[in-house]
Ligand binder design. Structure first.
Ligand code: ADP
Length: 547
């Protein structure tokens, strides 16, 4: 915290909510520009839809979703069609307001006509999604998993997954949805923030009982029942990698806009919270990605009516402290410049023994009741520092010592999954290549939308216009798609074509050019053609330049 303003550049900047600082020119920031926007329910659903169109089997871990209000007619029509095809299909849907969190405004419906059109939907867009009716139950309760994922770098892509996560339980025994129980949130929604208000919520001192447990304790139980937990982990790893691959195109557009290539700027990393539901057959389903997962390691306890106290939560501590500690270890600038004489990491991040001593002293001086709450907070802070391994107690880390106490830390809880498994997943990075074309023609750095001239230059340089597809038709395509996207998009600040609109235009062009192929092959062929023509153009320009 910098109450008097910040002067010296830091190695690591830890922002509370989002990337928002234009005055950082070096170091590493714990947030990516645009991450909040990219993981909103609607944007995530759109990105997933694009991937489902290209790779239906690979992306079947995300429930079928429709965006409201714009896709309401499509939702109604598709449900009707599926019901006609299969009259025994009795689906349930979940409606989630865009930008909502903690279960806010969520409700279940049995029929599209039950969507509450008055007020909220018009003013607040939402996603309606197929409801997973047969989740895996433990102790007859529905639960979901919060997994922590570190996106350490976007280019090159580096992803780490925490070996343990949290399992958050409902507080009413689960029953498949019926008209009678649809509104029972303690039965259907696993949000901690909702269930904490149920009389049945159990705060447990143990990590394998109660309403919040470690995911590893669930895996142990599943394993003892004979479940293939190795396969489950590998499915979860695939889900995480594929989801991040779906998000990277948009993130790259924001990144180049906020941190233009070639100019001094920080690099970014971010801890994401993945919410995953396990189906009865152990298939993991992605519910959402949280750009700002709670890192609280304490919870409120009501001592007497209306009087609350923060008490440590062992389950949260076990999982979250390890995630933060290992994130700091992985982004440790000291690793890169071990031999540097300045030891910046020590001066900026390490908690000095003198601070530890001062915390001890302050806690010792707060014996009376009045200060109990404050002393508890300080004890927690001290415990947290010690757990993080940022300080090692007074004796072990003498001030000015040159070596980080790395050896004393437990082994990493964050496991690298990308580029480790890059070979298996790289073929999915098609939209990334479309985004690279988009970024190339953005022109002036600092924008996220393509103007009409940029789009024309793209068409011209890639030689996509011909007698059947005139430049006038190109302009019409640009105007049509851009207008539609700008009327539904959340970012009205800039005019022009956003990435998702460009992707749609690109798919249209691919379909025109390679009519007989499946969509994936159409898109892949057009990407190759564009990349090839641009490379040839660059080659020509180099030759002319030399001449
Ligand atoms: P929020 O951001 O408000 O928490 P979520 O998308 O996480 O919204 O949904 C809230 C809860 O609703 C989840 O934790 C989960 O228990 C339940 N839920 C969400 N989507 C589905 C779904 N498609 N099928 C079954 N349950 C779901």
């Amino acid at each position: 915290q910098f109450p008097f303003g910040r002067r010296l550049p830091c190695d690591i900047y830890w922002h509370g909510v989002s990337f928002h600082d234009n005055n950082i020119f070096s170091g590493q920031v714990n947030k990516f520009p645009g991450m909040m926007e990219t993981v909103r329910k609607i944007t995530l659903s759109r990105a997933m839809r694009t991937m489902q169109d290209l790779f239906p089997l690979e992306y079947n871990f995300y429930p079928r979703s429709w965006i409201l209000p714009e896709e309401l007619p499509l939702f109604v029509a598709e449900v009707r069609m599926m019901k006609d095809r299969n009259p025994s299909w009795k689906p349930t849907f979940i409606v989630k307001p865009d930008g909502g969190c903690q279960g806010d405004g969520i409700y279940l419906i049995k029929d599209p006509s039950d969507i509450r059109l008055t007020g909220s939907i018009q003013s607040r867009p939402a996603v309606v999604q197929e409801y997973i009716c047969k989740p895996l139950l433990v102790d007859k309760l529905k639960f979901d998993i919060r997994l922590y994922v570190l996106l350490k770098s976007l280019e090159p892509l580096e992803i780490y997954i925490a070996k343990d996560g949290l399992s958050r339980f409902c507080t009413e025994p689960y029953q498949e949805p019926t008209l009678k129980n649809l509104h029972q949130v303690f039965m259907h929604l696993t949000n901690y923030s909702l269930n904490i208000h149920s009389g049945n919520f159990i705060h447990s001192a143990s990590v394998n009982t109660g309403s919040k447990r470690t995911f590893s304790s669930i895996l142990c139980r599943l394993s003892s029942r004979g479940a293939d937990v190795k396969k489950l982990w590998s499915d979860i790893i695939s889900l995480v990698i594929k989801t991040i691959i779906a998000l990277t195109p948009e993130l790259k557009v924001y990144y180049q806009s906020d941190i233009p290539a070639g100019k001094p700027g920080p690099t970014c990393f971010q801890i994401l919270g993945f919410d995953i539901l396990l189906m009865k057959n152990l298939k993991p389903v992605l519910l959402e990605v949280n750009a700002n997962p709670s890192m609280r390691i304490e919870h409120e306890q009501e001592l007497s009516p209306g009087v609350f106290e923060n008490v440590p939560s062992p389950v949260d501590e076990e999982v979250k402290v390890a995630v933060i500690r290992d994130t700091l270890r992985l982004v440790d600038p000291q690793k890169k410049k071990r031999k540097d004489t300045h030891l910046l990491f020590h001066t900026h991040l390490l908690i000095f023994p003198t601070q530890v001593q001062s915390l001890h002293a302050r806690i010792a001086g707060m014996k009376d009741k009045q200060h109990k709450h404050h002393s508890l907070k300080l004890s927690l802070k001290l415990k947290f520092y010690l757990k993080l391994g940022l300080c090692q107690g007074v004796e072990q880390a003498p001030e000015g010592s040159e070596e980080l106490p790395e050896a004393a830390l437990p082994s990493l809880c964050l496991k690298q999954v990308f580029p480790k498994y890059a070979k298996q997943f790289s073929y999915l990075r098609l939209v990334d290549r479309v985004a690279a074309l988009f970024i190339r023609f953005l022109g002036v750095k600092g924008t996220t939308k393509l103007g009409p001239t940029g789009f024309r230059t793209f068409i011209r340089n890639c030689k996509l216009s011909n007698s059947n597809f005139s430049m006038a038709a190109v302009d019409i395509l640009y105007i049509d798609i851009t207008r539609r996207w700008n009327s539904v998009g959340i970012d009205h600040k800039e005019s022009g074509m956003c990435l998702q609109a460009f992707v749609e235009a690109f798919f249209c062009l691919a379909q025109r050019k390679y009519k007989s192929l499946p969509l994936h092959d159409q898109v892949a062929s057009l990407i190759e053609l564009c990349e090839c023509r641009l490379a040839a153009l660059r080659g020509k320009r180099l030759v002319w330049g030399c001449g």
